[in-house]
Design a protein around this ligand. Structure first.
Ligand code: CMP
Length: 137
């Protein structure tokens, strides 16, 4: 069964010219883009997106980072898209968790500046897609 996930190519990924690389990996895997937008993120959208991290020590720095420059937001669709994109991305910590061959394992060194975000469940995906692409059919 097909599902959707929200992907962000974060400001570090855009600044480093990795948009094409990330999109190519998504498409090569067989996942389809159903929405794609370059955006400068307002503070309130960033806060809503990362609401579950409020109160954590890295919360403010996460908001500062995600609003620091343009990012690319995308909706990606395919069979088990949430898990498939998380596998392509690699674990959150690029050194301890992300395998070589994954986006983070190949391109990142820091847990905050880790190139991409992918929804962590189908429920998060539905919430995040409505936040980033309201009314997308
Ligand atoms: P993301 O998938 O966007 O979801 C939350 C983000 O918080 C995560 O990727 C990391 O970029 C960031 N993050 C998680 N843990 C830490 C941490 N210990 N320090 C700084 N940033 C973190």
């Amino acid at each position: 069964m097909s599902e959707r996930t929200l992907v962000l190519i974060k400001p570090d990924g855009v600044a480093r010219g990795l948009v094409g690389e990330v999109v190519a990996r998504i498409e090569r895997r067989g996942l389809k883009l159903v929405a794609l937008e370059l955006k400068n993120v307002a503070d309130d959208l960033a806060a809503k997106h990362y609401a579950e991290h409020e109160g954590k020590p890295f919360y403010q720095s996460l908001l500062d980072f995600i609003t620091s420059g343009p990012l690319v937001a995308a909706v990606v669709e395919g069979p088990r898209a949430v898990g498939a994109f998380r596998q392509i991305a690699g674990g959150t910590d690029p050194v301890d968790k992300a395998a070589p061959g994954s986006i983070r394992g190949d391109f990142a060194l820091e847990v905050q500046e880790n190139i991409v975000h992918g929804s962590d469940s189908a429920e998060s995906a539905a919430r995040e897609i409505e936040l980033w692409f309201p009314g997308l059919s």
